[in-house]
Design a protein around this ligand. Structure first.
Ligand SMILES: Nc1nc2c(ncn2[C@@H]2O[C@H](COP(=O)(O)OP(=O)(O)OP(=O)(O)O)[C@@H](O)[C@H]2O)c(=O)[nH]1
Ligand SMILES: [Zn+2]
Length: 206
């Protein structure tokens, strides 16, 4: 039913460029085998446009703007952890959601970040088309770029709908990725402290 192969495309490139996003969604519905004029679908292209704009708003945001000067000079050189930051992203291969939790730690070096800004940084990168590995690394690099700490650690745990509702159809697998920079890479003890604090949090929830 779905007729999205190039040879079946009816629009020529010029027409497609001129079409509004909502017209393109309308055509997509039609090619799924739907009637875009039936009552329930009439406003669906408009909803899809809004919803997609929200889910990909990370492209219009930057870490600098999100931090909004919430960087503070503080004399503290122990680990700061914000754990269990929930996020929703979309895999760049299938445009299906993957979602889960990010755990972030850093060891400051004269500067700390406003706590709420860590989840905001996660969303800047999660609300784009992603692979989990890149999302993980981008969060770590953004924190490094903002405050040049002694080290940053990020763990992302997620479930991918493209592996659950289609494809390999595995319902219980979890994907875990990590980025360890600075002292989290060089000092085993620091890394282990972070890992055990993340595990403790998980234990508390059960
Ligand atoms: N490494 C990585 N792979 C991902 C991520 N999200 C989705 N994928 C994988 O991207 C791969 C794309 O593989 P392809 O063979 O090109 O696509 P496909 O035929 O739809 O693959 P299946 O999902 O196995 O049916 C799949 O193995 C997905 O599981 C991610 O965040 N990281
Ligand atoms: Zn996918």
């Amino acid at each position: 039913m779905l007729a999205l192969r190039p040879e079946e495309t009816t629009e020529d490139q010029t027409t497609l460029s001129a079409a509004s996003t909502q017209e393109i969604y309308r055509e997509l519905l039609r090619r799924m085998g739907e009637d875009p004029d039936r009552d329930g679908l009439l406003r669906t292209p408009e909803r899809m446009e809004k919803s997609t704009a929200f889910l990909t708003q990370g492209y219009t945001q930057s870490v600098e703007e999100v931090l909004h000067e919430a960087l503070f000079d503080v004399d503290y050189d122990e680990m700061v952890i914000v754990r269990d930051i929930e996020f929703y992203s979309q895999c760049e291969h299938h445009l299906l959601p993957f979602f889960g939790k990010a755990h972030i730690a850093y060891v400051p070096q004269g500067k700390v970040i406003g706590l709420s800004k860590l989840p905001r940084i996660v969303d800047v990168f999660a609300r784009r088309l992603q692979v989990q590995e890149r999302l993980t690394r981008q969060i770590a690099e953004a924190i490094t770029g903002a405050i040049n700490p002694q080290g940053v650690a990020v763990i992302v745990e997620a479930e991918h709908l493209c592996m659950m509702m289609r494809g390999v159809q595995k319902q219980s697998s979890a994907t875990v990725t990590s980025a360890m920079l600075g002292v989290f890479k060089t000092q085993l003890q620091t890394r282990n402290e972070f890992l055990s604090l993340v595990r403790t949090g998980r234990g508390n929830q059960q």
